[in-house]
Design a protein around this ligand. Structure first.
Ligand SMILES: C[S@@+](CC[C@H](N)C(=O)[O-])C[C@H]1O[C@@H](n2cnc3c(N)ncnc32)[C@H](O)[C@@H]1O
Length: 211
């Protein structure tokens, strides 16, 4: 399996020491809604037993999952996952895999009843996102669920309006690959998934898939 084009570029090793403080800055439009996203994930994940967290970072998303679940966290950053390990010590069964999220799948054993990813997939280009959706679908149990929370534009007009509202963020918009939710949801529908969109803030949105 091929890894994503920008996985190493977006490896957060150098941010690990300040990431958890950074995400608390609700005044930054990139961070607005972060905690709300986590709360939303917590209620969605209730009752799940075998969970895959793609791009688990310092483990904030894992902390929203049931403590008795069997959880696999994947991240390209060793330093982010070192923090996650410490924060999740009282969880029953958490394993960490250092890998690109696009090519982690042949290192995984069996299927998951929940696959989650928060604030990671905007590091993948559009064709890589589509490939990831397909790989997630293949790794899900029959009644499995998906939670993708990330930085998204809803469509091209929305993207334009965000450029006008946040000119300071244009370099960031141009460097990363924020979702075009309309396109990405179409890619999911093309492979038989039924995505539902919820907005949390101007830039943070969630796509949920449940059977
Ligand atoms: C913004 S942080 C999000 C972390 C966590 N999910 C959260 O919500 O706080 C992005 C994480 O994705 C990881 N990452 C970026 N691109 C990746 C890739 N292609 N494969 C695996 N991990 C990746 C980074 O190392 C970082 O830990």
């Amino acid at each position: 399996m091929q890894e994503s084009k920008h996985g190493q570029e977006f490896n957060h090793d150098d941010f690990a020491h300040k990431y958890d403080a950074d995400v608390l800055n609700e005044k930054d439009p990139i961070r607005t809604g972060y905690q709300q996203m986590m709360d939303n994930l917590k209620s969605f994940a209730t009752g799940s037993k075998r969970i895959l967290d793609l791009g688990c970072g310092t483990g904030n998303s894992i902390l929203c999952l049931p403590k008795d679940a069997s959880i696999t966290g994947v991240d390209v950053s060793k330093k982010m996952m070192e923090r996650a390990k410490v924060k999740t010590e009282d969880f029953k069964d958490v394993q960490f895999v250092q890998s690109d999220i696009l090519n982690c799948f042949d290192q995984l054993d069996g299927k998951f009843d929940l696959i989650i990813s928060t604030y990671v997939i905007h590091h993948l280009e559009a064709d890589e996102k589509a490939l990831l959706f397909e790989r997630c679908k293949n790794q899900l149990t029959e009644k499995g669920k998906i939670f993708f929370g990330d930085l998204m534009f809803l469509n091209l007009d929305y993207e334009k309006s965000m450029h006008e509202k946040y000119p300071r963020l244009i370099p960031c918009f141009e460097e990363e690959f924020f979702w075009d939710a309309k396109n990405e949801m179409q890619a999911m529908e093309n492979i038989g998934l039924a995505p539902e969109l919820e907005s949390i803030s101007d830039l943070s949105h969630v796509i949920k898939i449940q059977v």
